[in-house]
Design a protein around this ligand. Structure first.
Ligand SMILES: [Zn+2]
Length: 414
């Protein structure tokens, strides 16, 4: 069973050409083919090229999609989300709009503790139901692979329940799902003032179980002053690595603590946030090949300053952008919106933003040989957008231009 996308006005392949990501000036080279075709066979891309070179004939069971007047791009890879949660935080949003500080909101029981309370009280079914609803909206908006973190349980039962739910979605749902263990997201209230005891509990109880049951592809840590500082982060990440997990770090978001340098030293796949990354952190990441996972929506939503995307790209660090979709600091999963913010606030070009949201997002998940570009052999995850040029994705913002999402070579019906 084949699917042939024909007469594509503008095919943006984001071709990696044998590399695992795009860095520096390569990010502006999107491998565009005018009047193109793409053949999907058994979930993978079997042929890509200009229509004038198309020679095959389709069988009676094969599907065809005429994409005349359309732009086709790879499916978005959202490499950093906290999209499994319960409850919502619109009241805090309103309070912030009226000038309340994070501290004041926390004193009223708000912030992450609010979400933790809801998630601890939620059954696995309820967690899955809400997450699937968001996943369907994300597929419609063009995201075909998503990373989902635990970290709203912060106790053995709830962290494991979250990871089991995420793994079940990975099997049951059409979207590509990558599970990440983030037990070190915050110190839960019952361990207030006893970070060391909480870290010990993670190391002795939760991490070994997560590792033994293979519940997570990655382990992540919120490495920040007053949360999990460098020594604690290193202990958790090193233990996770010895249990077979790859590493990610929430690094240098609020202060220049050295999370980027830690990620480089431990050979993490990505260091994310980086609003306050130091020049030393930037060179360490480049030398160690750590992907920078930038989260433009968080800086926009919290109004707390942006990561130095230009400095990172110009230094030769692989830059990805992701939504960080979560109820507190970025209540959006729109990858095109993240691209718009990256262009207007972080001085990335539309080409860089698109490469960062596709191929480099795949690199941030260690999946760049499998997804993130339109190349023969990769998974057939494709978006058909009703726009005259790919730059409209970031330029004409606040609207969904995606008309058809193709996942594993199948047209999704909504
Ligand atoms: Zn995050």
């Amino acid at each position: 069973m084949n699917l042939f996308l024909k007469n594509i006005s503008q095919l943006v392949t984001v071709a990696a050409r044998g590399k695992t990501a795009k860095t520096g000036p390569e990010m502006r080279d999107l491998g565009i083919i005018a009047d193109a075709g793409v053949l999907c066979r058994e979930g993978r891309i079997a042929w890509v090229g200009p229509m004038r070179e198309w020679r095959e004939t389709l069988g009676p069971d094969d599907g065809e999609l005429d994409a005349a007047g359309m732009v086709v791009i790879p499916g978005f890879v959202d490499s950093h989300t906290h999209m499994m949660f319960a409850g919502s935080r619109e009241k805090e949003f309103a309070l912030r709009a009226e000038g309340a500080t994070y501290q004041q909101i926390a004193e009223q029981g708000g912030g992450i503790l609010n979400t933790i309370g809801h998630v601890r009280a939620a059954h696995k079914k309820a967690l899955k139901r809400q997450t699937v609803a968001y996943m369907n909206e994300m597929l419609r908006a063009g995201t075909t692979t998503v990373e989902i973190k635990s970290g709203y349980g912060l106790d053995m039962d709830t962290e494991v329940r979250m990871l089991e739910a995420i793994n079940e979605l990975r099997v049951e749902e059409l979207m590509g799902v990558v599970p990440t263990f983030l037990g070190a997201h915050a110190v839960p209230p019952e361990f207030a003032g006893r970070t060391g005891d909480y870290v010990a509990m993670l190391l002795e109880t939760v991490l070994p179980y997560v590792g033994r049951k293979k519940l997570a592809r990655f382990c992540d840590v919120f490495c920040e002053k007053g949360y999990f500082e460098i020594a604690d982060s290193e202990r958790i990440l090193s233990a996770a690595r010895s249990l077979g997990m790859d590493l990610k770090v929430h690094a240098d978001e609020l202060t220049s603590l050295g999370g980027a340098e830690l990620a480089a030293r431990l050979g993490a796949v990505s260091a994310d946030h980086l609003e306050h990354v130091s020049p030393r952190g930037i060179s360490a990441m480049r030398d160690a090949g750590v992907v920078a996972g930038l989260l433009p929506g968080v800086s926009f939503f919290l109004n707390h300053g942006y990561a130095p995307a230009r400095a990172l790209i110009d230094a030769g660090v692989t830059v990805a952008i992701a939504s960080d979709f979560n109820p507190g600091s970025c209540m959006s999963y729109s990858m095109p919106l993240m691209m718009t913010i990256a262009c207007t606030q972080m001085h990335m070009t539309p080409e860089e933003a698109l490469a960062a949201a596709t191929l480099n997002g795949a690199a941030a998940l260690g999946l760049a040989s499998e997804i993130g570009s339109v190349e023969v052999g990769k998974r057939a995850d494709l978006l058909v957008a009703e726009i005259p040029d790919y730059r409209f994705l970031a330029y004409h913002f606040g609207t969904n231009h995606i008309r058809t999402t193709v996942k594993n070579g199948t047209i999704l019906e909504f």
